[in-house]
Design a protein around this ligand. Structure first.
Ligand code: NBG
Length: 797
């Protein structure tokens, strides 16, 4: 597409779709016009892919997830369609600022963190690989809350990304599916009729997901909840105006908010309803498509693979069995077999507080037929395996992890260590019964968004050096290795990183009014705020460093900028205290004349996908410091490494694999192993002993305790200091000393600029393996048994 054609398309949509005259058009109007112009190009490719999937009778993958953290879509689409040149030229011609347009798009935050972002990366990789796939999610009206700080405290505000028109979706009112809840069951022999007492409608909204070079496109289908009967006119006419709108409001509640926690099981009825609503609508839709093509349901596992993203959609098993058995008349055991061979389940955490359970009373009330079927599934599984005590339904609850496991033919972990821990801990007994079921599929990230798009300087250097094949064959980044021995090339690499750091410094100065020196170490920890991720350990180390500088301000310290980002679950008081402490520390430290040349603390609010895209390319040091055994994988860790940051981290999640790939000598390792954590935790008084043995740690804790960062309220952080001193489940104190040591190793290493840059470049060269293309290929081979369509390379016109 030429620039002139692009310009004409933008102007056409500005007038005829957006209904605006160029003279009065605002940034929003131009963004919408550009989005429609780009979308037009995508639609043809998307249809073409859909038609091919049908014509070639291909097996499809269905990715069921309560979260899709897709972020902004415009730039992604432009880059994958290779339209940057024509768009940039056209905008320039029209006098419109590219940056302004990109920044104007709301960040679709339909997820909490890693789990949701992984789903988004998977969608992009599936499209890039030409794998016929469909993502099913919920179209939350309010995504993850917006975070603001008020006197350093986190304040949550509703996120209303749908307030403006959303350029990327197509409403499909013709795809409306009835979803029932409650009511009663009438058993007829083995089968039953379910008569729900409440019925809602799931309405589909489709967003095209286009792969690299536009060679394939898939659909992200998000469900909106609508009332069966909308506005009650009779009631309205009787003057009961509020009640008239009630059904509408009740239904809308269901797809209104994303639950803002990712590691605690909430047990709220609305959440269970959301899960069933999402899953039942998706299963219906999958069967409708299947039955339009084939007439033998026994073929389902050959033509469809349903992936359950964590346990949230795990009711898919019983629901599919219910339809196959009750509605289609397939024998119960055979129905279970078909469902199992179709479904597979990904586990994303071993934290006990995150493993979903539902009370049998609630489940029985809301989903009476499913409750019966779960018991029959348990019963069948007992007979198959000759066991007595491995039921999904036990102790008055339905355990969704067990249900997911029993109803899947494959169950996967998301990093090597995590998968091994699944086998030896949470799923130990089930694993012994089904030793073939658990497989590992280490997470990945799409290099299109997480390198090509977010880091244009480094990407151009890479492409200039090795060509652009790396974009969809990220293992090609290995070809950079010889360049890392070339001083001239390393200078270019350093220049790219430095320019990214200057950009970030300017942004920090503009938005937060903090000046930071781009020559400092940019040390970044961005992720949800959680005790197991140990932001407080990082804060303690920051305090200890600060105190040391104060003691001896002229000792030639290595300057650092400590950057934090992340949201705390609104009811998680401890995590909110960590946020508050970080902000209080920033206030004190950034204005300390003795230390501020050497140490700054920066905490931009509202960490989201777009902020990640801004921060990661500018990082020198990536903080991956979770208690070993607790972080299933991590994906931020991969993004940092890919963008040339060095990692300071524990042997946890995918850190283990990052270290193997980049080389142990290029990784700042510290802390206990998962096994050591388990034994050490059992020893009483571990925290007190660690504190007594490390005066720096003791002093840092004492500084917080005595109100060093909250003089107006010295006891403000007693929750944190008491917990760390007496309990410290996540072993912050016991790992602190080694963490401090590793941080000083970082200082020493940073002093040799050229060597640091060489290692940073090696990180980029050696982490192509973490492309989500590799992950998806793994699922295709080990889990889904599916092949991609051969792709025709359609260069950008
Ligand atoms: C998260 C893990 C991360 C992992 C992502 C994606 C949940 C329940 N789990 O370590 O904590 O990277 O899933 O797999 O959100």
């Amino acid at each position: 597409m030429t620039s002139a054609e692009m310009k004409a398309a933008i102007l056409h949509h500005l007038v005829y779709t957006q209904g605006k005259d160029a003279v009065t058009a605002k940034t929003y109007d131009w963004r919408m016009a550009l989005s429609y112009a780009v979308r037009d190009k995508i639609v043809d490719r998307w249809f073409e892919a859909t038609r091919r999937a049908y014509a070639e009778k291909r097996k499809r993958v269905y990715y069921l997830s309560l979260e899709f953290l897709i972020g902004r879509l415009l730039k992604d689409a432009i880059i994958n369609m290779r339209l940057e040149e024509s768009v940039l030229d056209a905008l320039k011609d029209l006098g419109i600022e590219w940056e302004e347009i990109i920044e104007d798009e709301p960040d679709a935050a339909l997820g909490n963190g890693g789990l949701g972002r992984l789903a988004a990366c998977f969608m992009e990789s599936q499209a890039t690989l030409g794998l016929p796939a469909m993502g099913y999610g919920i179209r939350y009206e309010n995504g993850l809350f917006r975070q603001r700080f008020e006197d350093g405290r986190q304040v949550e505000e509703p996120e209303d990304w749908l307030n403006q028109a959303h350029a990327w979706e197509f409403a499909r009112p013709e795809v409306s599916i009835d979803i029932g809840f409650g009511g009663h069951v009438q058993e007829i022999g083995s089968r039953a009729n379910w008569y729900p007492s409440e019925v809602l409608i799931a309405r589909a909204h489709d967003t095209p997901v286009i792969g690299w070079k536009g060679r394939w496109g898939n659909t992200l289908r998000l469900w909106e909840a609508r009332p069966m009967h909308g506005f009650d006119l009779a009631r309205f006419n009787r003057g009961d105006h509020t009640a008239a709108a009630e059904p509408e409001a009740m239904a809308r509640t269901l797809s209104r908010v994303l639950y803002p926690d990712d590691h605690t099981e909430q047990g709220k009825e609305l959440r269970l309803k959301q899960e069933f609503f999402h899953t039942a609508a998706s299963i219906r839709d999958i069967l409708r498509r299947f039955e339009s093509e084939y007439d033998d349901l026994r073929l389902l596992p050959k033509k469809a693979a349903i992936q359950i993203n964590d346990t949230h959609p795990a009711i898919a098993g019983p629901e599919l069995v219910r339809i196959l058995h009750d509605e289609r008349g397939i024998d119960f055991e055979e129905a279970v077999g078909i469902a199992r061979n179709t479904i597979s389940y990904t586990n994303h955490t071993l934290l006990p507080e995150a493993l979903e359970t539902w009370g049998e009373a609630r489940m029985g009330r809301l989903l009476p037929r499913h409750m019966q079927l779960i018991d029959r599934i348990d019963d069948l599984h007992r007979r198959e395996t000759g066991t007595h005590d491995l039921n999904a339904h036990h102790d008055g609850k339905v355990h969704m992890g067990t249900l997911g496991f029993i109803m899947a033919h494959k169950v996967n972990g998301v990093a090597a260590l995590h998968t091994e821990l699944m086998k030896s801990t949470v799923f130990k007994d089930l694993h012994e019964l089904h030793p073939e079921k658990i497989v590992n599929e280490t997470n990945g990230v799409t290099p299109r968004r997480w390198l090509l798009s977010c880091n244009p300087r480094l990407s151009s250097l890479i492409t200039d050096s090795i060509g652009d094949n790396w974009v969809d064959h990220a293992e090609d980044l290995k070809k950079l290795e010889p360049f890392t021995e070339d001083a001239g090339w390393i200078e270019k690499f350093t220049a790219a990183k430095h320019a990214n750091k200057v950009d970030l410094s300017n942004w920090i100065a503009e938005t937060l009014e903090i000046s930071v020196d781009p020559d400092s170490i940019f040390d970044i920890q961005v992720k949800r705020i959680h005790e197991y991720k140990r932001q407080h350990m990082n804060l303690l180390e920051t305090i200890a460093y600060w105190l040391e500088i104060r003691d001896n301000p002229n000792a030639g310290w290595t300057p650092r900028v400590k950057i934090f980002g992340g949201k705390a679950f609104p009811n998680y008081i401890y995590a909110k205290e960590m946020v508050h402490l970080a902000n209080d520390m920033a206030k004190v430290m950034n204005s300390d004349p003795l230390t501020s040349r050497f140490l700054k603390v920066v905490f931009p609010p509202n960490y989201n996908v777009s902020l990640a895209e801004r921060l990661i390319p500018a990082a020198d040091l990536s903080e991956q410091i979770s208690t070993a055994g607790k972080e299933a994988s991590g994906t931020g860790n991969m993004k940092f490494s890919l963008n040339g940051a060095l990692t300071i981290g524990t042997l946890d999640g995918a850190n283990v694999e990052i270290r193997e790939l980049v080389g142990a000598e290029n990784f700042f390792l510290f802390g206990m192993t998962a096994e050591e954590v388990m034994t050490h935790r059992a020893e009483a008084g571990h925290a007190a002993r660690a504190i007594a043995a490390d005066p720096r740690l003791a002093r840092a804790l004492e500084t917080i305790r005595s109100g060093g960062f909250s003089p107006e309220e010295p006891g403000r952080y007693h929750m944190i200091t008491d917990n760390l001193t007496h309990h410290d489940y996540f072993m912050v104190c016991s790992d602190f000393t080694d963490y401090w040591r590793a941080q000083r190793d970082v200082d020493a290493a940073f002093a040799d600029k050229a060597e640091w840059a060489r290692v940073a470049a090696l990180n980029t060269a050696r982490t192509g393996w973490f492309s989500s293309d590799r992950t998806i290929r793994g699922y295709m081979r080990d889990v889904w048994d599916v092949e991609a369509a051969p792709l025709v390379d359609l260069a950008a016109e």
